[in-house]
Design a protein around this ligand. Sequence first.
Ligand code: DAH
Length: 357
Amino acid sequence: MSAISDKTKLSLQDLGIGDETGVEALMGELRASLDAAIAGITSAEAAEQYRIQWLGRKQGLIGAATDNWLKSAPGPLKRVVGKWLNELRARAEAGMPAEGAAFLSPGIDITLPGVRRPIGSRHPVQLVMQEIEEIFRSMGYSVETGPEVETDYYNFEALNFPPDHPARDTQDTFFLAGDGNKLLRTHTSPVQIRTMEKQKPPVRAVVLGKVYRRDAPDASHSFMFHQMECFAVDTNITLCDLKGTLNEFIRRFFGPKVRTRFRPSFFPFTEPSAELDISCLICGGSGCPVCKRTGWVELLGSGMIDPAVFGFVGYDPDRISGFAFGTGADRLALMKYGIHDIQLLWQGDKRFLRQYR
Ligand code: DAH
C-alpha cells in the first residue's frame, strides 16, 4: 500500500516507466491495492477513510496518480494512462459503500451456534412401505410393480370382475378420457395378473404402490392412497399358509401382543375370501371409541386365489393354488402411528411430517 501511494507522488520518468508494458504493471499494482482497500471496508468509519484515501480531492491516490502520471506521460502513452485512470476511478467509486449501508460487526463470535439447515424426513407412508418390503423380502418374496394407468382387463376382467358386475361399483373408478378402457388403477391387485403372466409358479411377491378412487376426501378417505398386496402361488398352497403368513406379518409389523381373527367376506378374485381383524391397538381389545367398543379393527382383505383368475394367466387351476391379501398402506400408517386424519398425510405440513424419521 505505502509503496504504491509513494509511487503516485512521482512522475513516470522518476519511476523509470517509458512504455506500455511498464504502465500496465504499474496500473495493475494500483488496482490490486484498490481491491484490497475495498475488501477491507467493514464499517462506516472505514468507508470514510477509504473515501479520503482513494477519492479525496487533496490526498486521494487516484487524484495524485492523475496529476503525476498523466501529466508526465509522453505523448503516445497519454491515451493508455488516461484510459487506465478512468477505469480505476470508476472502480474506486463503485467500491464506495452507499450512504447508510449496514456493515457486519467486525467482532464475529465464532463460538455462537450456526443456523441449522433443515433436513428432510421420511414420510410415514414411505416408512411403513419400507418396513413391509423388508418383512416380506426376509421371507423370500420379490417386490413387484405395475403401472398406475391400467386397462379394464388388468384392473377388473382378469381379476374375475365380470362386465357390469356390481362389485365394480365398490371401486369408484377414475376413467381416462377415451373409450373407457384406460383407468387409474383402483387397487394393486392387477399386479398379481401382470406378475403371473410373466412368471411361472412358484411366485411369491409383494406389491406397494399408489391407487386412486373417486372418494370424497374426509378423515379416512383420499382420492389417492397406497396399497400393499401380497400373494403366493405354488402347488399345495393352503389356507393355513395364508393364516400363518398373515400372523407372521401382523406380529412383526404391529408387535407380538396383537391378536387376529378371520371373518368371511367376498372378493371376486378370491374364493373363499376373508377379512382379517386385529385386536384394537388403542385399548388392547377391551373396547374403546376407536374400535367402536368391539375390541377389533378391520385390517385387510384376503383369500385363496380364485381358479378363474389362474385361467386368465394360463396356470392350471387343478395343480396350482395360491393365497392373496391386500390393504391400504396409509391405513397401516394411521394405525401404527396413531394418526387420526388421513388428510394430514398429504397436506405437506412440515410440523407434522418432521415427527417421522
Ligand atoms: N384389492 C382389494 C381392494 O382394494 C383388496 C384385496 C382383497 C386384495 C383381497 C387382495 C385380496 O389381494 O385377496 O379392495
